[in-house]
Design a protein around this ligand. Structure first.
Ligand code: TEU
Length: 561
């Protein structure tokens, strides 16, 4: 039995809305807040408890809102402050909660603070950011994830110094060492909390503390201590936990909210440092270990030939379950706006298997001992768009990494192939509401292409048929809600070494469910006895063949412990 089972967010199902691509009400081709308001009944009909919306603040949109130029204003294309207040009110009226995405590791280079900071070293805002002065020579190498040259420092002429940016040079990192920065950010968090929002998803929050002596980081050091991964190095800042505790003490603890860290670079054995309630830091973290299974280490988003290894996937999720068994609480997600579509990535997006594999993946997502996050569109079977040309991409990450490779004379064709599987824009295409023009998303020109398959794959077509993916997801959410054992019952992995089947039990006392999932497109013999108990979920409707699992079959069996 887990501790503090009564905490509201533990039993929640979270739905992530990517506002830009959700629903456009004014015909500018960009989704907006009135669009989310219009679709709240749809979201509520899924059985969702918490909505997480990606950034909607004022932004030059170099990184789709993750470069904020004014924290206390709404991006005009998304709507107005009044729309945001209406959204909060309507979400609450429907019995749901809403959390905002908050980006406080960095700002936009067009934020008033940075515009001041970059003018001169004497400017009071200069110390709001991290600088390396020219007289000290070249700065020690730091990786800039979205930089066309891979550099994390950018030279600024007027101050004769470089500023630090872990992402693009349009996203300078804030200097959390400066107490004025922390106070300004805390004040801004209170501004939103006082408007009645129910918490935050904190973007790249594990990167906020830096070793400001900026020691050289050699390849060998990175390889040895951080598996060659800059994200791990960046998440290892010396004052990270001190800052999180201060934020909790001064802001978070005064509200009944949920805080979720986006946690790149964090390992399972570090999880409780963030989410142990006794430490008074954050409530949940979204780790990267699960989502990164199958990518070749040291390469940019390149899948291993032959795909991911299911044994490794099982090991990762089992490790995270154990990590949060006594203290804290885990999360579960199979896709988001930074990842390819869940079905294309973990399942099979061919016509034969799209629906079956999606149902299998949702069965996984919704029967684990962790708060599940559903990414908008997955529940209707949206899949990767697989762009062919670099010009089709809008994402700063894809475009800049392409540029980097091109400048170095690398294989850009191979890169484009890899990105058909892995690029972030695959999951950012407009929501497919119906089979009409603009997929019911917009009456105008969409900001990014709509997947051509919207004629068959759309929400309207799945509303009625009882066997649709959409209704399958709804019934799974109901099952989870009506059976607390599926929320906090103990998780135990079966068949850890089986290459095709992911099977586990969930149990509290005599309440027990067995979950068996075939992750492949072949029928497989199941060495575990599936015949004892009552089948409560089966993505093949009535077909069940004793002793085997059909391609992508998912079963939930109510059984004896
Ligand atoms: O993502 C941060 C993040 O750390 C990863 O997606 C990162 O790109 C990867 O680990 C590098 O290897 C968040 C947002 O979710 C994303 O959309 C933003 O682009 C990014 O922060 C910058 O704000």
């Amino acid at each position: 039995m887990s501790n503090n089972a009564d905490i509201w967010w533990r039993s929640a199902v979270i739905y992530q809305v990517y506002p830009r691509s959700f629903k456009d009400t004014d015909g500018d081709g960009i989704g907006d807040l009135p669009g989310i308001i219009q679709k709240l009944d749809y979201i509520a009909s899924l059985g969702i408890d918490i909505l997480w919306i990606n950034p909607v603040y004022l932004s030059p949109d170099r990184d789709n809102g993750y470069d904020i130029s004014d924290f206390k204003n709404i991006q005009p294309q998304m709507g107005t402050m009044e729309d945001m207040e209406t959204l909060i009110k309507k979400v609450h009226e429907k019995g749901m909660k809403i959390i905002m995405d908050m980006v406080i590791n960095h700002t936009s280079d067009e934020h008033a603070w940075f515009k001041q900071a970059r003018m001169s070293r004497d400017n009071p805002y200069y110390s709001f950011y991290h600088w390396w002065p020219e007289e000290k020579g070249q700065p020690p190498y730091r990786c800039g994830f979205f930089d066309p040259e891979g550099q994390g420092w950018h030279y600024n002429e007027p101050t004769r110094s470089w500023y630090l940016h872990y992402f693009s040079h349009h996203q300078p990192d804030l200097n959390w060492e400066n107490p004025e920065v922390r106070e300004a950010l805390f004040d801004m968090l209170r501004f939103w909390l006082d408007k009645g929002i129910d918490g935050f998803r904190l973007d790249a929050i594990t990167f906020i503390s830096k070793d400001v002596s900026f020691p050289p980081v050699t390849r060998a050091f990175l390889d040895e201590k951080f598996k060659g991964d800059w994200g791990h190095y960046y998440a290892d800042g010396p004052r990270l936990h001190e800052y999180l505790r201060e934020m909790h003490e001064k802001v978070l603890r005064h509200y009944n909210i949920v805080t979720i860290a986006e946690a790149p670079g964090v390992r399972a054995d570090q999880a409780v440092d963030f989410v142990d309630p006794a430490r008074k830091e954050l409530d949940m973290i979204c780790h990267f270990e699960g989502i990164m299974v199958g990518y070749l280490p040291g390469e940019f988003k390149k899948m291993a030939p032959g795909g991911f290894d299911l044994k490794e996937l099982k090991a990762v999720y089992t490790r995270w379950d154990e990590a949060c068994e006594e203290k804290g609480w885990a999360t579960m997600y199979l896709g988001n706006h930074d990842q390819p579509r869940m079905i294309s990535h973990w399942g099979n997006d061919s016509d034969t298997f799209r629906d079956l594999s999606a149902k299998m993946l949702f069965t996984f997502l919704l029967t684990m001992r962790a708060t599940p996050f559903i990414y908008n569109g997955d529940e209707i079977g949206m899949v990767n768009i697989r762009f062919e040309k670099i010009e089709d991409y809008k994402d700063i990450e894809t475009r800049h990494v392409y540029q980097q490779l091109k400048d170095k004379g690398g294989d850009v064709q191979a890169f484009l192939q890899d990105q058909q599987l892995a690029a972030r824009d695959n999951s950012r295409t407009p929501f497919q509401w119906d089979s009409g023009a603009g997929a019911g998303f917009t009456t105008g020109q969409p900001w990014i292409s709509i997947n051509n398959n919207y004629i068959e794959v759309n929400a309207a077509g799945q509303e009625r048929p009882a066997s649709s993916l959409l209704n399958f997801v709804r019934s799974l959410i109901r099952l989870r809600k009506n059976n607390p054992v599926l929320i906090d019952g103990r998780y135990s992995l079966l068949l850890p070494d089986h290459p095709a089947i992911y099977a586990y039990k969930r149990q509290t006392g005599n309440d027990c469910y067995l979950i068996a999932l075939n992750f492949t497109s072949e029928a497989v013999v199941c060495p575990y006895d599936l015949s004892k108990g009552k089948i409560v979920v089966n993505n093949y409707e009535d077909t069940f063949e004793r002793g085997q699992l059909l391609p992508y079959q998912a079963l939930v069996i109510q059984t004896i412990p």
